[in-house]
Design a binder for this molecule. Sequence first.
Ligand code: PBG
Length: 342
Amino acid sequence: NKFVPAKPAGTRSVDEITGSRRLRRMRKADWSRRLVQENRLTVDDLIWPIFLTGGSNVREPIDAMPDVFRLSIDQAVREAERAAKLGIPALATFPNIDARRKDVTGSHILDPDNLINAATRAIKAAVPEIGIITDAALDPFTSHGHDGILRDGIIVNDETVEQVAAAAVLQAAAGSDIVAPSDMMDGRIGAIRDALDANGFQDVAIMSYATKFASAFYGPYREAIGTQGLLKGDKKTYYIDHANSDEAVREAEQDLAEGADMLMVKPGLPYLDIIRRLKDEFRVPTFAYQVSGEYSMIKAASANGWIDGEKAMLESLLALKRAGCDGILTYFAPRVAEILKG
Ligand code: PBG
């Protein structure tokens, strides 16, 4: 009374169905899988974003980002030394600015001795071989958490661009190797290029956050730099609508025309299609930012025992490479580098 399916007369064998093409042949052993592996994650692909805070000997945990800390400059220097030993090519710095220094225009970004610039100087002095990427954005410095000058409820484009370009020059003067404006104002790349060149910083590169989407995945970052609770409204009048991909291509095209040396897509994993489109279209160095929310999701699921966190970490980063990335900003950078070192 058990039902035994019959192979109906005249049906094809698997060899007839596949024409003897069997893709499992090369998957059968570790050695053959390694041999045909198309993409690889290496330590050279990693950019490590770190958070800065005032004081000395400070390592403040960030609740929403397990194993990530706000570092005083001396601690950031130690981490830079560790990163260099691990072979990580570059750091990206993000400051948590004392609330008393924040104002409506983010004027403290123009202080040559602010936290970003002081950290760049200290890291460059101690670890000259590591690349420093600085974010020329106002949001850590504004009392409202927006990336621009806010007037009558509007983020004013052109004045913000002027301020961001001036800040970029100060960052370059402090020793920044790559200025990476994340504010998405129109015209910022060209203005920064002009300002850098006019001040003798022809060799400082620009990584454009060309396609930065209005995204829920930045949540934990706002705790990290102390802007949660400050931000009024959202950033939809300057970041790209996450429904759009043609617009992302136009934005990247514009930024390259204005002088961007490299492109970045942000966030990473939900935007693999954008990475692939940009790489195919422009063939320029293309990066992804695996943002705080992506990091925290993996850490949270892993802490609950729901996924293998290290495997998910490596899979997500390799997926970004497969999509076309030349490199990835990731909070996992030191852990990945340790694993890759064996
Ligand atoms: C804003 C900025 C953001 C991030 C870095 N710079 C997003 C935002 O606050 O809107 C996010 C980084 C992350 O989530 O890891 N200039």
